[in-house]
Unconditional design. Structure first.
Length: 410
């Protein structure tokens, strides 16, 4: 018995060259539709005599999904810009609706068009959207030689990007702004970030950047172990060498969620998120001064979407989304913290706890005896001046407990 759902919803990508450039299959879906959905620019492309029902994008956009869902089984056609699954409406619809109910016909994406204009192999580029998103997301990608393709918020975006690059020491970076690509009004503007003086142009633009470091640039890698002075902190933080070992034990995979319990300045959560753009983290920290440090560090180091929770574990953990990994950097000796973290952890998840105190170490030893895992003692010494010479100065040794939750465990 065939139970496959017949598509009633079509999502069609439209370029600047308009409806006339649609493929025959896309044109057929558009002509068969009973309801048309799109932005004002898309709906204005329809002929004046077209009397079918039209629904413009609402604000907020999430209300549109429910509206479209309620139109089923009418034939609905959504008109989108370029590739609907490149930071587009297709992604939003697919989160709520069964993909078997949809048929998608993409047009060339902005990324594809930029690469065609500049001769860039697409696989050598990094795509980001700044449309409705913080400019700080640019920070982890400020690597010498990187080719960035940025989907703009509006006409002010190119100048804003240029200013941020110059501020961070990357003023030598080459910028190309491409407006209305594939349309009759297509325009290209080239310049250097540090001397960018072009007036604002079209709102519909894409920014291409070749990142070049100046003498005052400080590129920061996305692999674990940023320098300690990359973070604002009050002295209580996981030091660089221990942080790198800790992140390796946490083993971040794309799209996973971390709980950073007793987050301090947020260094573990921030490096977890910098490891992959899809990674998410929640920093749980009771002290307001440290929460302010976490927020400042997240903005400065390119993870502005880091969630910060005011509270003390284990009470502050109640109701949070179940994590794929947990780091306990503070409060391991507080009754119930380890138990709550372990219970909440998803199957296959990893729990890592660090401590420098004997009291917390005793808790980790007991938990190791109960649940297993690995115990590691981490000792680091750094060369520091001793008068006119140098000598080794040890950091406080760290006891680390690592434990993975078996798949299949609830």
């Amino acid at each position: 018995m065939n139970t496959q759902t017949s598509p009633w919803l079509s999502v069609i990508g439209v370029g600047e060259d308009g409806l006339a450039a649609l493929s025959p299959s896309a044109r057929a879906l558009l002509d068969q539709a009973e309801v048309l959905v799109g932005g004002d620019r898309h709906l204005a492309m329809l002929p004046p005599g077209d009397t079918r029902r039209r629904i413009p994008w609402p604000t907020p956009l999430r209300a549109l999904v429910e509206t479209i869902e309620n139109l089923k089984p009418s034939r609905v056609c959504v008109l989108a810009t370029g590739d609907p699954f490149c930071f587009g409406i297709g992604t939003t619809l697919a989160r709520r609706l069964s993909f078997e109910e949809m048929v998608v016909v993409p047009a060339a994406s902005a990324r594809t068009l930029v690469c065609a204009r500049l001769g860039w192999p697409e696989h050598t580029t990094r795509l980001l959207t700044l449309h409705g998103r913080p400019l700080a997301l640019l920070e982890p990608h400020l690597q010498p030689g990187a080719r960035l393709i940025l989907l703009s918020e509006n006409a002010a975006t190119p100048a804003t990007v240029a200013a941020r690059l110059a501020e961070r020491g990357f003023g030598a970076s080459a910028i190309t702004v491409l407006e209305h690509m594939a349309g009759s009004d297509e325009r290209r503007i080239d310049g250097i970030a540090g001397s960018w003086a072009h007036p604002a142009g079209a709102d519909l633009n894409t920014v291409a950047v070749t990142v070049r470091a100046g003498a005052d640039a400080r590129p920061l890698a996305t692999i674990p172990g940023l320098p300690d002075d990359a973070f604002r902190h009050d002295g209580q933080m996981t030091k660089r060498e221990v942080r790198a070992i800790t992140l390796a034990a946490l083993a971040p995979h794309p799209g996973e969620l971390l709980w950073d319990v007793g987050a301090g300045c947020g260094s573990i959560a921030i490096e977890w998120m910098r490891a992959d753009p899809l990674n998410r983290a929640i920093a749980i920290e009771p002290k307001p001064q440290r929460r302010a440090l976490i927020a400042a560090n997240a903005e400065r180091l390119g993870t502005p979407t880091l969630a910060i929770v005011d509270g003390t574990a284990p009470d502050a953990l109640a109701g949070l989304e179940a994590p794929d990994a947990v780091f306990v950097g503070g409060g391991a000796s507080t009754p119930g913290v380890i138990e709550a973290c372990w219970t909440a952890l998803r199957p296959g998840g990893r729990l890592v706890a660090n401590t420098v105190t004997l009291e917390s170490e005793a808790v980790l030893l007991a938990k190791h005896a109960e649940l297993g895992g690995e115990l590691v003692r981490i000792s680091v010494e750094r060369a520091e001046p001793v008068g006119p010479y140098h000598g080794w100065r040890p950091l406080m040794p760290v006891t680390q407990w690592r434990l993975a939750k078996p798949y299949g465990d609830g």
